[in-house]
Ligand binder design. Structure first.
Ligand code: HPA
Length: 270
């Protein structure tokens, strides 16, 4: 894995000659964030050695290099999901690469199903913690100390300072945000009513099929992480019938302008 990462890093640095500070992973329906960037380079995943290729509708597959204000960024337009059949090592490979090209701060976004009754479709939830219920762990197997330690402390998976800054910015911009705990399940089925009830019962606010593997690997390498989830459907008896990929795409599109603005300002100001 280490050698593969180095090979990919060599390719990228040769192509781009760019030292970014921020990595951004754009979730379902949020790919247009790159419109906020002054773009220098776009590398389609298909051209990057050792990169998997994303297969889901609504996900573009490219690394986009550019700036916002005076901050240099690499955005992942489209991520890799475990349910697509990739291994956890493949799902998290781009995060390994990001760290090795110099990125210390990672911003992740996703769409999720809400179970907190104070939420509604379109709620922007700052992720303050997560519960990992994916069936495989990205750090299972022999540990390579060059990446990070065997046993990773997870007391602050999401940067408290970045959350505080994002809340301050949201208030200034009049964007309503909530905070909550994200539960990761593998999908690709949406949850049954009993499963949504479980999500709520174990103390989570929303459920989705991504993000947690990337965050674990980022923390393995001691990156500072900020995460945000758009509630695209509500997992309760009244609303469960409406849950579909179409609803998810439409709801995330609607929330997109606020999400874009929030992430842009956070990157500029933090
Ligand atoms: N469940 C799991 N993943 C999701 C959901 C959901 O309800 N909505 C968007 N992604």
């Amino acid at each position: 894995m280490w050698e593969q990462v180095q090979q990919t890093v060599d390719f990228i640095t040769e192509k781009t000659n760019f030292t970014p500070e921020y990595g951004v992973i754009l979730g379902t329906g949020l790919g247009s964030f790159t419109d906020e960037m002054t773009i220098d380079y776009i590398l389609p995943y298909s051209e990057i050695p050792n990169f998997p290729i994303s297969t889901v509708q609504g996900h573009k597959g490219a690394l986009v290099f550019g700036t916002i204000g005076d901050k240099k960024i690499v955005a992942m337009q489209g991520r890799f999901h475990y349910y697509e059949g990739y291994t956890m090592q493949e799902v998290t490979f781009p995060v390994r690469v990001m760290k090795q090209i110099g990125i210390e701060k990672l911003v992740v976004s996703n769409a999720s199903g809400g179970v907190n009754p104070n939420f509604q479709v379109g709620t922007i939830m700052l992720i303050k913690d997560h519960v990992n219920m994916m069936p495989e762990h990205p750090l299972r197997g022999k540990n390579d100390e060059r990446f990070g330690p065997r046993f990773v402390n997870m007391s602050e998976p999401y940067s408290v300072k970045m959350i505080a800054k994002a809340k301050e910015i949201a208030q200034e911009l009049d964007i309503v945000v909530q905070e909550g705990v994200y539960l990761a399940l593998q999908g690709p089925t949406f949850e049954t009513l009993a499963e949504y009830r479980m999500v709520k019962a174990i103390g989570c606010d929303c459920v989705g099929m991504s993000t947690v593997p990337e965050v674990i690997v980022a923390r393995h390498m001691d990156m500072e992480v900020f995460g945000l989830s758009v509630i695209t459907d509500m997992g309760d008896a009244e609303n469960i019938e409406a849950v579909s990929h179409q609803e998810v795409l439409e709801a995330s599109k609607k929330a997109e302008p606020h999400v874009r603005l929030l992430i842009k300002e956070l990157i500029k100001q933090y």
